[in-house]
Design a protein around this ligand. Structure first.
Ligand code: ADP
Length: 473
């Protein structure tokens, strides 16, 4: 089967969060399973772009209303990522350091989608299926169906995979003229809540909709930032497929970013050495349990609860626990977290920013990983932490509910139900007690390390979904 994945992120080319991890891994495993897989993404000014060789395989111009942007399609020469990687180079719009967060994001991602379709529709053989990811690629299923110049793509099945339904890529109808000419009889398809809503458009037009966990699919029927009724309507073509993890990149036995490699056979010693390295770096106490958080410091991740929960847990367990935070996001939360540094010196620290290497060391060297999320479509952190023998402490929501079971029910982690400071601190207290019972603690760590979340199994579910829509042709 020939598959195109179209995405704003892909690890290790450009990463902001879990979307990159998924699009960097799923295609590789699909390729290994015998499919022909290509990934298309924008060409940002990243280290990967600078350090690798590309050849130009196509060029053209994107017309966006009155603007005209020249573009090139660059192919990475060696296929070293395990699939064919294509970068859409539109210098004026993407030759920047960050992936998102610019005032012209609508123009940037719309141009990316148009350039991608211009190229794909010009190929002699297109593909069996086009898998779009999140709202940045949400207008593609619409354009394939209704834009005159993409008529050739009308019968190619498209699928939208939703990694996070909170972000929807809305913009006003004043920008309607950006779209290539299309059959105006279908203009109402673009509308949701008086805007053009890229994610809603994808949900309406794609032949299939997937979310990144089964439980998230259940939740968005009642809570989806305004799209609930739409999700209910398309239930017949939707499926929740739990994300996998790339067990080659995330392998404590081989991970080059760790201080000490280890496996399930010698994890106690291995983890302790990584913990000591972390504690040295951040002035923490290696003889006490270490609770960490990795992620975007936003309300959806429960980031606003962290400062108060950390202060309470640290004062209730004075000098008996460590807390380490890695992340960035809301400036108020960042400042609140930093304001605790003075009071809990020696047992608390933060790293405000993004650091891939440090994240790996934290998964390896921590005893517990905090995930007090309000919304978690799948969550990868808990799966990495399980694989590295670190016990996840999660709020039961989205994919966290699908992957973490409380140790009281013979599971692999610690769970609570409410996104509150009280629930987080109660779970931390249970974790402290578990830590003191070394035999039980090690048993739970081993259960986590032996959980199989590899893509090998999961990628078959994507293929099944593709086959379903191909058969509808
Ligand atoms: P998200 O909603 O952010 O996509 P996921 O759990 O799906 O959440 O994926 C998060 C990914 O981003 C993981 O690989 C995690 O290790 C990584 N990550 C998040 N924040 C940071 C950070 N500040 N530094 C390094 N890695 C980070």
């Amino acid at each position: 089967m020939e598959i195109f994945h179209i995405s704003a992120e892909c690890y290790p080319v450009a990463k902001v969060g879990g979307l990159a991890d998924v699009v960097g891994a799923l295609p590789k495993y699909q390729n290994n399973a015998g499919d022909k897989v290509r990934v298309v993404m924008p060409c940002y000014d990243t280290k990967f772009k600078k350090e690798n060789d590309f050849e130009c395989v196509y060029w053209g111009h994107v017309k966006l209303g009155d603007f005209n942007f020249p573009f090139n399609i660059l192919k990475e020469k060696t296929d070293k990522l395990g699939f064919e990687l294509y970068l859409v180079e539109i210098q004026e719009l993407f030759d920047r350091k960050d992936v998102y967060g610019y005032q012209d994001d609508i123009e940037r991602f719309l141009s990316f989608q148009i350039a991608t379709l211009d190229w794909i529709s010009g190929r002699s053989e297109v593909a069996d299926v086009i898998n779009c990811h999140d709202h940045h690629t949400g207008l593609i299923p619409f354009m394939m169906l209704y834009c005159h110049k993409y008529e050739k793509l009308r019968n190619i099945p498209s699928m939208i995979t939703i990694h996070n339904g909170l972000y929807q890529g809305q913009f006003g109808f004043d920008k309607l003229y950006y779209l290539p000419e299309f059959d105006l009889a279908h203009v109402n398809v673009l509308e949701w809540d008086n805007c053009i809503n890229s994610l809603a458009v994808a949900i309406k037009c794609a032949w299939a909709v997937t979310t990144v966990s089964p439980n998230y699919l259940n939740e968005i029927n009642s809570s989806a930032n305004g799209l609930e009724s739409l999700f209910n309507l398309v239930r017949y073509k939707s499926r929740g497929i739990l994300n996998g993890i790339d067990i080659e990149v995330w392998d404590p036995a081989k991970d080059a970013m760790l201080e000490k490699n280890y496996s399930i056979k010698n994890f106690e010693k291995g983890k302790q050495e990584n913990k000591e390295k972390l504690c040295n770096l951040f002035n923490l106490d290696p003889t006490k349990p270490l609770f960490s958080f990795i992620g975007r410091l936003l309300e959806e991740k429960g980031g606003d609860l962290l400062p108060h929960a950390a202060a309470l847990a640290l004062s209730e367990n004075y000098q008996q626990i460590n807390i380490l935070i890695l992340g960035s996001g809301d400036k108020v939360i960042e400042n609140q977290l930093n304001s605790l540094l003075q009071d809990y010196k020696g047992n608390y620290n933060t790293f405000i920013g993004y650091n891939e290497e440090l994240a790996h060391l934290i998964y390896a060297g921590s005893d517990f990983l905090l995930m007090p999320s309000r919304v978690e479509p799948c969550g990868l952190n808990q799966m990495y932490s399980l694989r590295y023998g670190t016990i996840p402490i999660v709020r039961r929501t989205g994919g966290l509910r699908d992957t973490v079971i409380d140790f009281g029910d013979d599971g692999n982690g610690i769970c609570h139900d409410q996104a509150t400071v009280g629930d987080i601190c109660y779970s931390i207290q249970r974790a402290v007690d578990l830590y003191d019972d070394k035999k039980h603690f090690n048993k739970i760590r081993k259960i986590g390390m032996s959980t199989d979340h590899s893509w090998e199994r999961v990628c078959q579910e994507y293929i099944e979904m593709y086959k379903l829509i191909i058969n509808k042709k």
